[in-house]
Design a protein around this ligand. Structure first.
Ligand SMILES: [Zn+2]
Length: 353
């Protein structure tokens, strides 16, 4: 709609910021299966190359995250800039994305969840997808939760995935969620360790790229927990371990951080405070937006724009670059939230929450 009406372009002088940080996860040429609830997390090598060229043609300069921070602090005054970031530490970042970005001379950041590299944390959302994909019926019997559904068709699998994700991220706490996936893996004979081995780089592989000046290694916690759902002492522990592992294995002190998941509930003021104490120069969320105005006053909660695997078109990227989709989304949220009055009332009168 924004493209057809020209509204995106029309709004861009107001909605476009001086810069934008893009989020990626996987880059591979795999054809998504019919049941691919995590399809949004993977883009093809062709799309990555085409998008880098398109962003450059649109007048943006690719810069490192250190440079992003410098420019935000110095009040911009440069060409528009873009930064590429990859979350988690997937092996295809090294085998597929790195050669392309090296050839195109694009700096990029990989936010490493050290517990994945140590093979201690679970890629639970991928495990859930693969367990549902391989079975026609899923039964879970845990205290207070009994779940028994048929998931033979793609539609049933999607519904099953949706229900279990909701249960695991809204009803269970972060630690119960991991117990639940370990129980499920045991019951359905799924090897969680083998999944992480296949998907995530080893320390040796990370060492092969971390020395390249094009590459910045950032922190992404140890256990990949949603920090906003952890007690304060556990937030600090997550960062302590991540920091120590990166320092020991790669000999570096991370300067940049990405909140795992990065949605509103996964980010908290408490976590931002702990991050600031650690001295990170920037922290990013997955809340969508350009680097502009209010959003850049707090360098510990920067927005990003996801290069979404479900929309791998030039037209989508053209709209991302206007900033309009994200500004309109925020506007609609503000209107639906009663023009901010509801959150103000809730802050002033907590009993009304
Ligand atoms: Zn992540």
């Amino acid at each position: 709609m924004l493209r057809a009406t020209g509204l995106g372009k029309l709004l861009s002088p107001v909605t476009q910021g001086p810069g934008v940080i893009f989020t990626l996860h996987h880059v591979n040429a795999d054809e998504p299966a019919a049941f691919s609830p995590n399809e949004h997390l993977a883009v093809t090598p062709d799309f990555l190359r085409q998008t880098v060229e398109q962003i450059r043609e649109s007048g943006y300069e690719f810069v490192s995250l250190d440079e992003v921070v410098d420019r935000l602090k110095s009040g911009y005054g440069h060409r528009r800039f873009a930064a590429l970031t990859f979350d988690d530490g997937y092996r295809d970042n090294l085998s597929v994305a790195y050669p392309i970005l090296k050839e195109l001379k694009v700096p990029f950041t990989i936010y490493v969840a050290t517990g994945f590299v140590d093979r201690e944390a679970e890629l639970w959302w991928k495990a859930l997808e693969q367990i549902i994909g391989a079975n026609d019926r899923i039964s879970i019997n845990r205290k207070g939760h009994s779940f028994d559904v048929t998931c033979a068709t793609v539609e049933e699998k999607l519904e099953c995935y949706r229900r279990l994700i909701k249960w695991m991220t809204c009803e269970l706490d972060e630690y119960e969620q991991r117990t639940a996936i370990r129980d499920l893996a045991r019951d359905y004979d799924f090897d969680l360790r083998a999944l992480v081995d296949r998907e995530i780089m080893t320390w040796e592989e990370l060492r092969t790229i971390s020395d390249d000046p094009l590459v910045t290694i950032g922190a992404h916690t140890h256990g990949h927990y949603a920090l906003g759902r952890l007690p304060a002492k556990d937030i600090k522990h997550e960062l302590d371990v991540c920091y120590a592992r990166l320092k020991k294995e790669l000999g570096l002190k991370p300067r940049h951080f990405a909140y795992p998941y990065g949605y509103v509930q996964a980010v908290s003021d408490e976590a931002a405070g702990v991050l600031a104490d650690f001295g990170f120069s920037s922290s990013v969320t997955t809340q969508a937006g350009h680097l502009q105005g209010l959003y850049t006053r707090n360098l510990q909660k920067l927005p990003r724009v996801s290069l979404n695997g479900c929309y791998q078109t030039r037209e989508a990227v053209e709209q991302y670059l206007t900033g309009a989709p994200f500004a309109l989304y925020r506007l609609s949220k503000w209107v639906r939230g009663g023009f901010g009055l509801r959150s103000l009332t809730s802050r002033l009168f907590p009993s009304t929450r």
